[in-house]
Write a protein that binds this ligand. Sequence first.
Ligand code: HEC
Length: 133
Amino acid sequence: MISSKSGCLGTASPVGRARTGARAGRGTGVTRCLSYAALGVLIAYAAVAPARAADVIKGSQVYARHCAACHGPNGISVMPGAPHLARGDGLMQSDMTLLASLKSGKNAMPAYLGILSDREMLDVIAYSRTLRQ
Ligand code: HEC
């Protein structure tokens, strides 16, 4: 089946319009496609923007203050049961999963919801990933 003339995202097929004026019909379709594409890019950007904007320098300050006591200044754990971030332990997860763990806490690890902002947690997650040796 040839569907090259079907509309963007399966909506508003320009085929009908093509009968009245191919150029005008196609123009409308392309414009609509472009605005869907632009919307898609915006949504995609919004989804990844927090991770992209992570500030490792700020993350290192947060780490020194809130995390080093258990995970060690260089990611070599100083508390039994706390993963060695320098070995990448516990870091084989997405930023969003780790963000959720930091917010809610995990066993002996305290919850950081209300203590650190999402941004600070994402910064410290980004910094934690740099500790890997
Ligand atoms: C009081 C000690 C303590 C502090 C402070 C602490 N952690 Fe943890 N952390 C732990 C322990 C214990 C675990 C293991 C939890 C478990 O899986 O039982 C852990 C687990 C983790 C993990 C792995 C999570 C997983 O799902 O396996 C990461 C990443 C992590 N901590 C990062 C941090 C960061 C970043 C901070 C600072 C914002 C921090 N921790 C502060 C003790 C601590």
